[in-house]
Write a protein that binds this ligand. Structure first.
Ligand code: NCD
Length: 304
């Protein structure tokens, strides 16, 4: 039985296969529409979500399976003090696979030790978010035509932004990747993530101003300042509008830049940028559902 807790649980070849499968689903949806018949996905969301939970559910439904679950901890026995371990043991009696989001780093991993069915980490605190990364990789491959030889800018809250941590761990495995990290000092990429880059000899720079570097980027990955992870509201208010990507900034960027954002957006991208063909974030949402379809098939060992 395999879980997906960290994007590094998948080899690069497996990720490439998942992308190929997702593209085949995009081209031939009928071929896959009954393959999950009789299978159930449980979505256990102890933290808010729109895209991740609904795209998992839509993915399972499109494959002919069914879904159950909860979208906030107060409607589950977590509110009565039940442990995550007991919750997954219980849900393991009802479903075939679990997608779990939790505010505590490592909670899906702890769940995997006792779970009778595969666990997918759908975001654990400020740590990891591997299925968003699968979405991001397919987006980059489709928008740029490659995953090698890219200058990737990550901008915003690189400390608490779990999607960035997983994206770094995935993209660093492709050839000739350079990272440009754009954040205030307080929201830098954590040292434990930077160390993996240093050990692998992958090149990166850390800067504070987006204007200085935007013209050098192939991909710009914008992120929201993660209010729910701050200890101090004042600090959040001071940092929340550190970066706003607007039409003027887009004029400094390359004609073939791809702008990604895991969403939800707050202020960090002006809505006026949405009509720019370089804005990929709503196409990125669509790709997420297909990658989750491919992933569910892989972990449940289901074929079309
Ligand atoms: C992200 C998350 O939950 O980490 N959203 C998502 O899953 N698409 C990013 C965020 O909340 O800022």
């Amino acid at each position: 039985m395999r879980h997906l807790l960290d994007i590094r649980d998948l080899s690069t070849a497996e990720i490439d296969e998942l992308m190929d499968r997702a593209e085949d689903i995009i081209d031939n949806p009928k071929k896959y529409s009954e393959c999950m018949h009789g299978k159930k996905l449980a979505t256990l969301f102890f933290e808010p979500s729109t895209r991740t939970r609904l795209s998992f559910e839509a993915a399972m439904l499109e494959l002919g399976g069914s879904v159950l679950g909860f979208s906030e901890p107060n409607s589950s026995s977590a509110a009565k003090g039940e442990s995550v371990g007991d919750t997954v043991r219980t849900v393991g009696c009802y479903a075939d696979i679990i997608a779990m989001r939790h505010p505590r780093e490592g909670a899906p991993m702890a769940a995997s030790f006792v779970s009778p069915i595969p666990i997918i980490n759908a975001g654990d605190g400020g740590h990891n978010h591997p299925t968003q990364t699968l979405t991001d990789l397919l987006t980059i491959r489709r928008e740029k035509g490659r995953l090698n030889q890219l200058v990737i800018g990550c901008c915003g809250d690189l400390k608490f932004g779990r999607t960035v941590h997983s994206l770094i761990h995935a993209m660093m495995r492709y050839k000739s990747i350079r990272f440009v990290f754009i954040s205030p000092k307080e929201l830098r990429v954590p040292d434990y993530v930077l160390e993996t880059l240093q050990k692998a000899g992958v090149s990166y720079v850390e800067v504070e101003k987006l204007d200085d570097v935007i013209g050098t980027l192939d991909v710009l990955y914008m992120t929201r300042v993660q209010r729910e992870r701050f200890f101090n509201e004042e600090e959040y208010l001071r940092l929340k509008d550190s970066y706003i990507l607007d039409v003027d900034k887009m004029k400094l960027a390359r004609k073939d830049l791809a702008v990604l954002h895991p969403l939800p957006r707050v202020n960090e991208i002006s809505v006026k940028v949405d009509d720019d063909p370089r804005a990929c974030y709503f196409r990125q949402v669509a790709y997420g559902k297909y990658m989750r379809e491919a992933l569910l098939m892989k972990l449940l060992e289901v074929e079309a």
